[in-house]
Design a protein around this ligand. Structure first.
Ligand SMILES: [Zn+2]
Length: 253
């Protein structure tokens, strides 16, 4: 009887030890084998070390020990997966906000000042209507450094470009989309970069401020004509109010 008890107890210890790790299913199998009493439950704990030394059952105990370790690992992995999903949702919101800044960026620039850089309108002698020998001044002079970019104040088409040694020097005429003619005179030699028939956009460089023709210093002589430049019924108007308006427009940008 003593041998059987020892053997049975040892078997119980092994099964319980494995059952403690495997779960309640192993305990019910133990009950099916019979012979084991509830009092055997505390005994397995100290004997567990003895079984490990004897070997044979150790592999079965080692396996369940390894399995529970990887199990907790996938759990934390599943949690971070849920978090990025929550982060993706707020990302969708800024995507909706992006279309809002697009409309103001489309706003076109319809006009700009014809001289880029520092200049001065000068005194009364440089204004429209100032007396000249044999005629009156038909434009507004703007003094500035030679080489300053001269740009198209509005969109249009180059209707004329030529050279007049005794007067306008290198000059050109822009027929604006508004039907008015804009005249640029005394441009620097070799700086005119547009030709008759060219369509130009606002701010497109036409040439450089110069001192060619009948001129006493680097400046742009600028005219605005209504009804066509030197056409029947056409006449020049004082361009200063328009120039000042473009000047204010430039300050906004
Ligand atoms: Zn002039």
């Amino acid at each position: 009887m003593g041998f059987l008890d020892t053997r049975l107890r040892r078997l119980c210890c092994v099964v319980i030890a494995a059952g403690a790790l495997a779960g309640p299913g192993a305990s019910s199998a133990l009950a099916g084998g019979g012979g084991a009493s509830p009092g055997d439950t505390p005994a397995p704990k100290p004997k567990l070390s003895a079984d490990q030394e004897s070997g044979g059952i150790i592999p079965g105990q080692v396996k369940p020990k390894i399995k529970p370790k990887p199990k907790p690992k996938p759990k934390p992995k599943a949690k971070p997966k849920a978090k990025p999903k929550a982060k993706k949702k707020p990302k969708k919101k800024p995507v909706v906000k992006k279309p809002k800044p697009v409309p103001p960026a489309v706003a076109p620039k319809t006009a700009t000042f014809p001289v880029v850089g520092d200049f001065t309108f000068g005194d009364a002698d440089m204004r429209f209507g100032a007396k000249r020998s044999g005629h009156v001044h038909q434009g507004q002079d703007m003094s500035g450094a030679e080489g300053l970019p001269i740009v198209a104040p509005i969109a249009g088409e180059i209707s004329w470009s030529s050279f007049q040694d005794t007067g306008a020097g290198y000059y050109l005429v822009l027929r604006g989309y508004d039907g008015r003619d804009y005249v640029f005179m005394h441009l620097r030699k070799g700086s005119v970069r547009v030709h008759i028939g060219d369509a130009v956009h606002v701010g497109q460089r036409l040439g450089d401020l110069g001192n060619t023709g009948h001129s006493t210093g680097p400046h742009l002589h600028f005219e605005i004509w209504v009804g066509g430049w030197y056409e029947k019924g056409g006449h020049a108007i004082d361009p200063l109010p328009q120039l000042r308006a473009w000047q204010k427009l430039g300050r906004k940008h």
